[in-house]
Design a protein around this ligand. Structure first.
Ligand SMILES: Nc1nc2c(c(=O)[nH]1)N[C@H]1C(S)=C(S)[C@@H](COP(=O)(O)O)O[C@H]1N2
Ligand SMILES: [Mo]
Length: 308
């Protein structure tokens, strides 16, 4: 990737490697974001949400987050993605926003990193399989990107699509049972515009590694992990409910909403408790993964046993 002098924070003589450079750049962006945090009511809400969720949240180690993964395009087991992802090429990369929008756009990841201020968000993350972790993501609100494309009265749902490239994703080559690639996920527009919903480009102040969805992935902290689709190339706004890969595969097991809900069990296991990576004892799973105050209103009049 091109090292740009114009926004290089350190003398080039001190740049030892590309990854070092990116770490510095990411930290610079975070510092800049911190200065902006109190500027708008929206960011104030976010800062509040973040600070509130901070006490008691013990970060999962970088090592755990980057070696215990679900990424079926690489492998069906947890250790596979970190090994098979090492040569994954996420540069150049562009992401398109189209469908029911005022102004369809295609942005390359460089432009996004340069133009959009990045923030750190420490979120709980709960997989539908019953394990969880706490991750310091680096990213920005999905809403800021969608606003650039401009919503219309027909922008009611958002569909996300992962890169389809069987040369890079061995799992897309073989016939992995009945998983229809590319992986797709969807949100209702109010969920997509919610300030807690982010596109992440990093974690622990570093660029995302391939196994975590480089270079850009969705994070919806109150939903089961499968909604948080990785390595996104395409975002399509629609006037009707969009596709969701796991919902298509097994609709009775994985709902379109997939809000974390300890009161609604998966047909094959309980969702009441969770195993926190790196911890010995299980803990109770929280409604909306602990974000009920922020998001429960989105589902006020819905039967959550029906819309699971
Ligand atoms: N494209 C794609 N996105 C995906 C998946 C996948 O297999 N393919 N797995 C999902 C599941 S089930 C989980 S729990 C999270 C895991 O994210 P992590 O490996 O960064 O912890 O990614 C989600 N996003
Ligand atoms: Mo998951």
């Amino acid at each position: 990737m091109l090292i740009r002098k114009d926004y290089d924070p350190i003398p080039s003589s001190q740049i030892t490697s590309e990854s070092h450079y990116y770490e510095r750049r990411m930290l610079m962006k975070l510092a800049a974001a911190a200065a902006v945090t109190v500027a708008s009511p929206l960011s104030a809400t976010l800062a509040f949400a973040k600070n509130k969720s901070r006490p008691g949240l013990e970060l999962t180690s970088y090592d755990q987050i980057t070696t215990y993964n679900n990424f079926y395009e690489f492998s069906l087991d947890k250790e596979g993605p970190s090994k098979l992802g090492q040569k994954f090429k996420s540069d150049p990369w562009s992401i398109s926003v189209g469908g029911e929008v005022q102004k369809p756009l295609t942005l390359d990841i460089e432009t996004i990193m340069k133009k959009i201020p990045m923030e750190e968000r420490i979120y709980r993350f709960r997989c539908v399989e019953g394990w969880s972790m706490v991750v310091p993501w680096v990213g920005f609100s999905l809403s800021s990107l969608l606003k650039q494309a401009g919503l219309t009265s027909k922008s009611k749902y958002v569909e996300f699509e992962t890169l389809f490239d069987p040369k890079q994703f061995p799992g897309q080559n073989r016939n992995f049972g009945s998983i229809p690639f590319p992986y797709r996920e969807g949100l209702r527009i109010d969920e997509a515009m919610h300030p807690l919903t982010i596109l992440a480009v990093g974690l622990y102040g570093k660029e995302l590694l391939p196994q975590n969805g480089a270079p850009i992935r969705l994070i919806v902290p109150w939903k089961y992990g499968f909604k948080s689709i990785k390595s996104i190339v395409k975002i399509t706004l629609s006037d009707h409910q969009t596709r969701s890969t796991w919902n298509q595969i097994a609709p009775n097991e994985y709902g379109f909403y997939a809000n974390v809900n300890p009161a609604v069990d998966h047909p094959r296991w309980s969702q009441a408790r969770e195993r926190v990576l790196g911890k010995f004892f299980k803990q109770d799973t929280l409604a909306f993964n602990g974000y009920a105050k922020e998001v429960a209103y989105l589902y006020k009049n819905m039967d959550l046993t029906k819309f699971y």
